[in-house]
Design a binder for this molecule. Structure first.
Ligand SMILES: C[S@@+](CC[C@H](N)C(=O)[O-])C[C@H]1O[C@@H](n2cnc3c(N)ncnc32)[C@H](O)[C@@H]1O
Length: 417
């Protein structure tokens, strides 16, 4: 196995351009130089590596980019990236969507390139931001995004990356046709151990032996049990055939999502610059994952609307609660959720949840869904009220009033800059 790893490192090193033996050795993870020499000679004999005097190199592979992530000038990537991010539907707390900063996405891509070379095939799992960066850098032939976020996947299609994205729930495992199809996976699952177990299992199946898995890892003070849970993540990686290569503290930064900014404001914390960060954990695949996939967690099912940049989710349920109002703020007078933790005891009672973190109990999901349909057609509040009152003209005066206040509430919760 060690010779295989050394060979991969040599090829990766050379994929960035010809090198001398002395420049190859430090890249081989501590392999003794005579072992590096032996493997290098084998590669030359197999003509995988070409030798010219003191220089070693590999022939360019037809159809692969010549300079990896630098094929487009970085200011052009940054400009287009900002344009696309500006209109991207907002992240939603229910799907744990915390997006990297531009620099965070670039760091992940640079790391993939330095580990795997410029022609790497990369699968992004729950990682749309670095995917976007890679796609804009001109790597669209060799990358794939797997994510279950419907608004994000639809949006990536509208901006031209339809062939490289797939809406997929990674709690259901890796689609079998993707097995061993990649040199690297970049992943950032929701920050809970059972998600990591499932994503790591899928990642290990997706990469070839000797391939890399780069993962964001939540810091130890994220919550009470986080330090122990980090150890669980490392153990899960090991059980999936992944060995730790490196752990860099706090290098991945996140943009503060709208839902988190609103919740922080509610608790009296002044707006912070992008404060959230994660460690970068790198694994290499040294063995095949075990036969059993980890236990599955089943999130709730929601119907979604996109109003401007606001994502609105309506829980698919038949449950009713005892109130004549059709829409009631989750905390009585206030609709804003006071936390971004999934342990919040209010969450199971949420019927409607916006990406600005406004949450409501819903008594008549059919009527609320209808209002959202009308809003998504671009109608203003007065038009929606008129249309809905005509449709439900058989309702009592109270019902009509409740409908109108639901319309006002929904416009208030979804209209933000
Ligand atoms: C913590 S965020 C990571 C986003 C990443 N930092 C970025 O900027 O691209 C988690 C991501 O995983 C996705 N996700 C959540 N549950 C998932 C699941 N069961 N299967 C696939 N993707 C999932 C979310 O849509 C979201 O994009």
């Amino acid at each position: 196995m060690i010779d295989e790893l050394i060979a991969r490192q040599i090829v990766r090193r050379l994929s960035n351009g010809p090198q001398r033996f002395s420049e190859i050795v430090p890249f081989c993870w501590g392999a003794f130089p005579s072992d590096v020499r032996r493997v290098l000679v084998d590669l030359v004999n197999q003509t995988t590596v070409l030798q010219r005097g003191e220089q070693f190199g590999i022939a360019p592979i037809p159809g692969t980019p010549l300079h990896g992530f630098g094929v487009r000038p970085s200011d052009e990537i940054a400009r287009r990236y900002c344009e696309i991010v500006r209109d991207w539907p907002d992240p939603h707390q229910s799907n744990y969507e915390w997006r990297f900063t531009f620099e965070g996405a670039r760091l992940l891509l640079d790391t993939v390139q330095s580990l795997c070379g410029s022609a790497a095939r990369v699968c992004f799992m729950g990682c749309p931001t670095p995917f976007l960066f890679a796609a804009l850098a001109g790597l669209s032939e060799s990358i794939l995004l797997l994510d279950n976020g419907t608004p994000t996947i639809s949006y990536m299609r509208t901006v031209g990356f339809g062939a490289q994205v797939r809406e997929h729930d990674l709690l259901l495992g890796l689609p079998s046709e993707l097995s061993s199809g990649f040199d690297a996976v970049v992943m950032d699952p929701p920050w809970y151990p059972e998600y990591y177990a499932n994503f790591l299992d899928a990642s290990s199946r997706a990469v070839v032996k000797g391939g890399y898995v780069l993962s964001a890892l939540f810091p130890p003070c994220t919550r009470e049990a986080a330090a122990d849970e980090r150890a669980t993540v490392l153990q899960a990686g090991f059980e999936c055939g992944l060995s730790v290569v490196s752990l860099c503290q706090g290098v991945l930064r996140y943009d503060t999502p709208h839902f988190e900014a609103n919740t922080l404001a509610l608790s009296g914390v002044e707006p912070l610059p992008n404060w959230r960060q994660a460690d970068l954990l790198v694994f290499v695949k040294t063995a095949e994952p075990g036969g059993l996939r980890p236990a599955v967690v089943r999130p709730s099912s929601w119907k979604e609307w996109i109003l401007g940049k606001c994502v609105v989710k309506l829980r698919v349920t038949t449950e009713r609660f005892d109130n004549c109002e059709i829409l009631v703020p989750i905390r009585g007078q206030n609709a804003l959720l006071p936390t971004v933790s999934r342990t919040c005891e209010l969450i199971p009672h949420i019927g409607l949840w916006t990406s600005s973190n406004h949450a409501y109990r819903v008594n008549r999901p059919d009527l609320v869904g209808r209002i959202l349909d009308l809003m998504s057609r671009g109608m203003n509040a007065a038009e929606v009220k008129l249309a809905i009152q005509m449709e439900f003209s058989q309702g009592s005066h109270e019902d009509q009033q409740s409908l109108c206040s639901a319309v006002d509430e929904l416009f208030k919760a979804t209209c933000f800059v």
